[in-house]
Ligand binder design. Sequence first.
Ligand SMILES: [Ca+2]
Length: 215
Amino acid sequence: MGHTQFIPTSYLAYAVDFTGDGKRDIWSDNPADALASTAAYLARFGWAKGQPWGVEVSLPRGFNYGLAGHGVSKSVNDWAALGVRGVTGGGIPNAGRASILLPAGARGPAFMIFKNFNVIERYNAADSYVIAVGHLSDRIKGKPDFVASWPRDDRALRYSERKELQKRLTAKGYSTGGVDGKIGPNTIKAIRRYQNAAGLVPDGYASMELLKHLR
Ligand SMILES: [Ca+2]
């Protein structure tokens, strides 16, 4: 509902009256209440003011792709010691513990993501959503476009293809913990194990290329 698509329970719990008229009006032509309500929601889930959602990084040759993903977090210094650098050559802001995210696998861009990434993900649990919203806010602030590009020949797997991927992995002895068409931690783990065994880059990315390899 409203400008930023609150669900009713979020409205009840987090909406605020920013204009001071006594109404929490997230539908008004004046978006102040809606935007303040969304800000209150993000604050409630731990938004760290002035800190980035993430930054684009470059990974060193020979990077251990098993370290990528939400499950592994390290300090910025520890990542730097492993050779992870800011993509424009600059330093990486020391914004607490961070993970490396590869939204299109090893062939696409790499990001170091911070706590604020997870806060935006509370709003919509899709990495692509968080990257889009976070990047839009960076661009409004005048920051540059991404350096690396997404592989043009890549496309998201369809539901039936994701299920086929899980079935084929499981049949080869790499259990995905069920066949539900959702690429969760168990499926990513199974993909990595298969990639390692098959001599592929173990980025855990569910791609068409991988499905073809399994076929
Ligand atoms: Ca109001």
